[in-house]
Design a protein around this ligand. Sequence first.
Ligand SMILES: [Zn+2]
Length: 60
Amino acid sequence: MTDAETFECPSPDCSRTFGGQGEFTEHINTEHAGEYQRDDWPDTPAGRQTRRDREESDEE
Ligand SMILES: [Zn+2]
C-alpha cells in the first residue's frame, strides 16, 4: 500500500492518471492545450494546481 500522490486528468473525455506532476503537465500541454486555456476548465485540485503553475510562468 502506497500513499503516492497521483494526478488524474480533469478532462471529462479522458480518465488517465499520472504518477508525477511532470507527466501530468506534459499530458495536459500535449493533449489538452486548447481546452486548458479556458478559465473554467479543470475544476479539480490537480487541475487548479497545474493551471496555477502555468499562470505563474505566463504572467509577468
Ligand atoms: Zn487527458
